[in-house]
Design a protein around this ligand. Structure first.
Ligand code: 5RP
Length: 377
């Protein structure tokens, strides 16, 4: 998927979160530019406020109802792009110089959803950090936030001077506090994780399933793939630290577990939500289908770790279909066959040579669920 398509995919997924009657904050930037038509197409009865004249103009052109921010005291949802997304949820925003308004509208939202392409996640935040400064005392302010430079752009719509801080960003919380406490700094582009509800990364978000074999396991896995996501199966024998390692290294944004299995609580690293597969979560969603290409990643399956740290094997959709269609030919698996899968689904043999092979050929799995004719090969 190219970057533009990733932006579009993330924006369209976020547009699906909007419901009739909502008050929606609209961010600024090239990713938000994909959000606006996706929202307009849904013809919902919503009220929007824009964070920049550019967004306001584009939204109005598309027929979205834009209200003056001054008349809105809270938003149900704000959707905006980002320049950097750190693993712990900190963001850098303000590449378009709109971060002051963006932070106000994000901060006033019950839910702030970030839409981004795969160039935005970074291992650690780094400069430049956008600033908006008062023009009064500008030289003195610049000296206090040194090293910083003025950006060669127009003043913000609120008359602020746009600049960038170029120093180290070792501790974003400490830097954010320091910049906020500097007289003359109207706002900076560091957004804390507490502000952010969800980040949609268009490249195919990764989700881990850490649960025993069940129909829910399979429904969750296939739902994730249909939505363009990337599956990370996690070995149910892994202890918390082992699972945390593969969850962190795979970049999984959430973990689907079966709480209580083998009398255990399944916990993920900080910032990664755990959803119980047996909680009714799977009944609460709406179908979401995204186009993927054969070259797109479909899963990362980790080795057991018996010979060292588990290694993540990354496979694309076309590779998987090709390899397991061949497998079906080799073992003679045919449409309508009854296929008993005893291997764990977290293992490639259970999941791919078992579940996916059944789907490819239209065989019955051990659950006895016939494959819909449309899926049967
Ligand atoms: C504007 C912003 C943008 O959201 C950020 O720069 C990302 O922009 P894009 O979607 O064009 O990559 O903070 O002030």
């Amino acid at each position: 998927m190219d970057i533009e398509r990733e932006k579009q995919v993330a924006a369209e997924a976020a547009a699906e979160l909007v419901e009739n009657g909502m008050t929606v904050g609209l961010g600024t930037g090239s990713t938000v530019a994909y959000l606006l038509p996706a929202l307009a197409r849904r013809s919902l009865d919503i009220l929007c406020a824009a964070t920049s004249p550019r967004t306001e103009h584009a939204a109005r052109e598309l027929g979205l109802r834009i209200e003056d921010v001054a008349s809105i005291d809270r938003f149900d949802l704000t959707i905006d792009g980002a320049d950097q997304v750190a693993p712990d949820g900190w963001l850098v925003k303000g590449g378009g110089g709109a971060h002051t308004r963006e932070k106000i509208v994000a901060g006033a939202a019950d839910r702030f959803v970030v839409i981004a392409d795969s160039s935005k996640p970074v291992p650690a935040l780094h400069a430049p950090i956008p600033l908006e400064l008062l023009s009064f005392g500008l030289r003195a302010t610049l000296r206090r936030v040194d090293p910083a430079s003025l950006r060669n752009v127009a003043l913000s719509p609120d008359g602020g001077v746009i600049a960038d801080y170029h120093g180290p960003v070792e501790d974003p919380a400490e830097l954010a506090a320091r910049l906020s406490a500097t007289p003359g700094v109207t706002e900076h582009g560091l957004f804390p994780p507490q502000m952010v509800a969800t980040v949609f990364v268009g490249r195919g978000d990764r989700a881990a399933i850490w649960a025993p074999n069940s129909a829910q396991w399979l429904i969750a896995a296939l739902g994730l793939l249909t939505a363009g996501g990337v599956l990370v199966p996690v070995n149910t024998r892994f202890q918390e630290a082992e699972a945390a390692d593969v969850i962190r290294r795979s970049g999984a944004k959430l973990v689907l577990a079966q709480q209580g299995f083998l009398g255990r609580d399944y916990a993920a690293p900080d910032g990664v939500p755990v959803i119980d597969l047996t909680s009714g979560f799977l009944d609460s969603g709406r179908p979401l289908e995204r186009e993927v290409s054969g070259a797109d990643l479909c899963d990362i399956v980790f080795t057991s770790g018996t010979t060292g740290q588990p290694k993540g094997v990354m496979m694309a959709h076309a590779q998987t279909i090709r390899a397991y269609a061949n497998w079906c030919d080799i073992v003679g698996l045919r449409r309508g066959d009854r296929y008993l899968i005893v291997n764990p689904f977290f293992h490639i043999f259970g999941y791919k040579a078992g579940c996916l092979a059944s789907l490819i050929r239209g065989a019955y799995t051990q659950a006895g669920v016939p494959v819909p004719a449309a899926l049967a090969g």
